[in-house]
Design a protein around this ligand. Structure first.
Ligand SMILES: [Zn+2]
Length: 328
């Protein structure tokens, strides 16, 4: 594993030659209509330029809902090599009609949109606006240099969602209902997808194993994010599938709502402990120990840098004021 990454702006390195890479994609057949395509975590054999990307360190995946020759891709991954690999796989399955959902505007969820520019690409209106207004950062790759990766190639063919909604939207793929639900977590405009047929929740970046990535927007309104986790907990989901989690769990039945409860509890700890003297240095285990003991979460080392980001943001925003009032 490469050195621990610090989530902060670094200078872009435009001089490097990026050695080609062939994704070592792992595929999980979750059921007869749901696939997971997973890359990352195990990246020691990949070219060095790619190992400094936090998403490759964390592990990143997307989902495909399919029936017959039609499919909906839930997020289009981080590098063009990813989506080309997935697209070949779907073509080999006989899939001809593809639509796309973007859960939110981060690179690891939209980079492959270019392959489906003449198809439906669905997101919240806020996600489209965020992509549009950050287009230069996304194209140049500077967006990732702001999160510690100097080598991200950027999305030279940036394609915006062409069907947008606010709040909720229901799609149908044959007998499968897909409820898209806008959720105030991780990034503005983020959505999750609930499939009532089998009580499956595609959680995108609402739930991450080991801890969520709280951005500036969410941290400034952390109590609303916590309320959103309570709303997610009220969804009668039996299986949860995140975009950043353990492949072994995803491939063997998925997570449960315990996962959402762990995210909520972690955020409560972030607020409760914010004025403790060792807040910035206390080990991540002290925030999530009970969830590790229960097996809900497993400590994946690169998540320490996300936790450092989370506590650092809380200190910046709330350091000189009294704590927000929260309930357990
Ligand atoms: Zn992500």
């Amino acid at each position: 594993m490469s050195n621990p990454l610090v989530i902060e702006r670094v200078a872009q390195d435009r001089t490097i030659e990026r050695a080609p890479f062939e994704p070592k994609m792992r595929v999980a057949e979750i059921n007869d209509y749901l696939l997971c395509f997973y890359d990352g975590r195990d990246i020691a054999d990949y070219p060095a330029w790619l190992q400094s990307n936090i998403d490759m360190q964390l592990g990143v995946c997307c989902y495909v809902i399919h029936r017959g020759n039609t499919a909906v891709i839930f997020d289009t991954m981080l590098y063009k090599e990813h989506i080309l690999w997935i697209d070949r796989y779907l073509k080999d399955m006989g899939i001809k009609n593809v639509s796309v959902i973007n859960s939110h505007w981060d690179c690891d969820h939209i980079a492959g949109n270019f392959l489906y520019k003449d198809r439906d690409i669905i997101s919240t209106a806020k996600t489209r606006l965020k992509i549009e207004t950050n287009a230069d950062l996304l194209r140049s790759g500077e967006i990732w240099a702001m999160a510690g990766d100097p080598y991200y190639p950027g999305i030279d063919d940036l394609v915006l969602p062409n069907r947008t909604f606010d709040g909720r939207m229901v799609l149908h793929l044959d007998d499968i209902e897909i409820h898209l639900i806008e959720t105030f977590v991780h990034q503005l405009g983020h959505l999750v997808a609930y499939l009532p047929k089998d009580r499956i929740l595609l959680a995108a970046d609402a739930c991450e194993d080991t801890v969520p990535f709280n951005t500036m927007a969410m941290t400034s309104d952390l109590t609303i994010q916590m309320q959103t986790y309570r709303e997610l907990l009220a969804i009668p989901a039996e299986r949860l599938y995140p975009c950043h989690g353990r492949f072994e769990v995803i491939a063997n039945g998925g997570y449960t709502q315990d996962f959402t409860a762990a995210m909520l509890d972690y955020n409560i700890q972030l607020v409760k402990r914010m004025h403790e003297p060792d807040y910035l240095t206390a080990p991540l285990e002290s925030f999530i120990g009970k969830w590790i003991d229960r097996g809900t979460l497993a400590l994946h080392e690169p998540y320490r840098s996300l936790h450092a980001n989370n506590v650092g943001l809380i200190r910046r925003i709330y350091g000189s004021r009294s704590k927000p009032n929260i309930s357990d």
